[in-house]
Design a protein around this ligand. Structure first.
Ligand code: KIV
Length: 286
């Protein structure tokens, strides 16, 4: 029997029961199916799809339409899983109106359960407006890839007392603005632990250690598909890149050698029909 889809209250109860929520990114139908079958509590259709699917250097070029297409596919693959749409660069920064409209597009066109956006205090107006629009919004602080230029690259954040304090201030601002949960990326575990203690809403980690209310990982990292680089916080549970190259090479070799397709991969003509066909063709040529 399919597992019950979680809602925000289930996630809140999990925090209170100290039961970690586990989630993963997915960008397409079949990965979403795998994630649901693996009983992930949530799926993020991250704008990391820019790197993992489209081969961009970062997430800045990703468009709202791309995020919608991928979220629709994920929704179809995982109808019983809490799905979060990730607001891409320039879909919410310009104004609160744009933020609400684009968050609403995720809900109306892709059937998501929540949206996520990057930033702390500086996006509290957008968080408030989206929440006031009746939607669930998750904050994302620490390393925020859409502003990696300002951060000097994809670098860990909050490693000094002063910068850690700024990350904690951001977390408090996100909660005060009405977010239902927050994701903390690439900060030391001590900092994530303080945030978890101070916030009533669930605090999730990606690269922020185990002292959190749950863990997110990028699917292409966990499965060993993404080859461009591997962040320090990634654990590869498989090497599907190697396995895929091996499988594709075996197919190419067999097809070139005429070993594939074999008899069992071909359709059989209905008994006696081949003889009829050759007779027909012969009649036509004489
Ligand atoms: O886009 C994404 O997958 C994300 C993670 C890096 C947290 O936002």
């Amino acid at each position: 029997m399919a597992r019950k889809k979680l809602n925000r209250f289930d996630l809140q109860n999990m925090k209170e029961a100290r039961q970690p929520a586990v989630w993963i990114t997915a960008y397409d139908y079949w990965t979403a199916q795998f994630a649901q079958q693996a009983e992930m509590d949530m799926i993020l259709v991250g704008d990391s799809l820019g790197m993992c699917i489209y081969g961009y250097d970062g997430t800045v070029p990703v468009t709202m339409d791309q995020c919608i297409y991928h979220s629709e596919a994920v929704r179809r693959g995982a109808p019983q899983t809490f799905v979060i749409g990730d607001l891409p660069f320039l879909s919410y920064q310009v104004s609160v109106e744009e933020a609400v409209r684009n968050a609403g597009r995720f809900y109306k066109e892709a059937g998501v359960d929540a949206v996520k956006l990057e930033g702390g205090g500086r996006v509290s107006g957008q968080i408030r407006a989206i929440a006031d629009g009746g939607m669930l919004v998750m904050g994302h602080i620490g390393l925020t890839p859409q502003s990696s230029g300002q951060l000097g690259g994809f670098k860990a954040q909050g490693r000094t007392a002063e910068t850690a304090e700024a990350v904690i201030e951001d977390a408090l601002a996100v909660e005060a603005a009405g977010a239902f949960a927050i994701l903390v990326e690439a900060v030391p575990p001590e900092v994530c632990g303080i945030i978890r203690e101070r916030l009533a809403i669930p605090v999730y980690s990606i690269g922020a250690g185990a002292d959190a209310d749950g863990q997110l990982m990028i699917c292409s990292d966990v499965l060993g598909i993404f080859q461009a680089f591997t962040p320090k916080f990634v654990k590869k549970y498989e090497n599907l890149a190697d396995k895929s190259i091996k499988a594709l090479s075996a197919y190419a070799k067999e097809a070139r050698e005429g070993v594939f397709p074999a008899d069992e991969h071909t359709y059989k003509m209905v008994e006696g029909e081949y003889e009829k066909l050759t007779a027909l063709l012969e009649k036509k040529t004489t």
